[in-house]
Design a binder for this molecule. Sequence first.
Ligand SMILES: *[C@@H]1O[C@H](CO)[C@@H](O)[C@H](O)[C@H]1NC(C)=O
Ligand SMILES: *[C@@H]1O[C@H](CO)[C@@H](O)[C@H](O)[C@H]1NC(C)=O
Ligand SMILES: *[C@@H]1O[C@H](CO)[C@@H](O)[C@H](O)[C@H]1NC(C)=O
Ligand SMILES: *[C@@H]1O[C@H](CO)[C@@H](O)[C@H](O)[C@H]1NC(C)=O
Length: 223
Amino acid sequence: MALKYHNFFSLLLLLVNLSFHGNIAAQNAKLAASFIFGDSLVDAGNNNYLSTFSKADVPPNGIDFKASGGNPTGRFTNGRTISDIVGEELGQPSYAVPYLAPNTTGKTILNGVNYASGGGGILNATGSLFVNRLGMDIQINYFNITRKQIDKLLGKSEARDYIMKKSLFSIIVGSNDFLNNYLLPFVSSGVRVSQNPDAFVDDMINHFRSNYTDFTNWKLGSL
Ligand SMILES: *[C@@H]1O[C@H](CO)[C@@H](O)[C@H](O)[C@H]1NC(C)=O
Ligand SMILES: *[C@@H]1O[C@H](CO)[C@@H](O)[C@H](O)[C@H]1NC(C)=O
Ligand SMILES: *[C@@H]1O[C@H](CO)[C@@H](O)[C@H](O)[C@H]1NC(C)=O
Ligand SMILES: *[C@@H]1O[C@H](CO)[C@@H](O)[C@H](O)[C@H]1NC(C)=O
């Protein structure tokens, strides 16, 4: 059982877009944009704009984050998230901005957008104890909106190239579906209490698979 969980997490972490590396080697180009989905491990401040118990806008969060001069940014860490670090190492001009920030408009989105939300998971019910958080369904729907904005900014054909060849997608999600859903019978519905772990994991995978299919189509601009 423990091994199964382990494999599942690895599966999700591997969804980082591998095609990007091929392209970077071929063109010696720098990463243009980073689109980040997931939970508190990579939230860059979205929860600051939600009424939620899952917030990180107080010290010591941010004390080592240079870009904010040591002030909290909503990241659930003293410094950069793994997605900030990967983007920076690959030459991304500036950190992906939180989708919910009011100043995430116009050309700012061309450096990438961060949809991650502390407490969020694959399943809708995950994190409900925090009252508000963005689950994967909503994050992917938001990406649909960003995708259309990029079409407008760059034109359809360049937008497609930008997304498919110059951008990195990462999805870091899954742990809250256990910690703040399945393993919290008090919060989870009666179904979860009686569901065995295998059935629960199948549920997560099926849900994720159907969401990921929409996501891939939208990346291509085909919906
Ligand atoms: C958006 O506003 C936040 C908070 O005021 C600020 O820290 C950030 O630098 C702004 N981002 C951009 C891209 O202007
Ligand atoms: C989950 O929530 C999203 C957004 O609120 C909604 O569109 C979707 O139908 C919900 N899915 C399920 C299985 O309840
Ligand atoms: C994606 O966004 C467009 C509007 O920009 C909307 O018409 C379409 O229904 C959205 N797709 C889904 C599945 O939400
Ligand atoms: C995600 O999957 C759920 C369950 O299959 C579905 O209700 C929802 O509409 C999907 N959302 C997206 C954005 O694909």
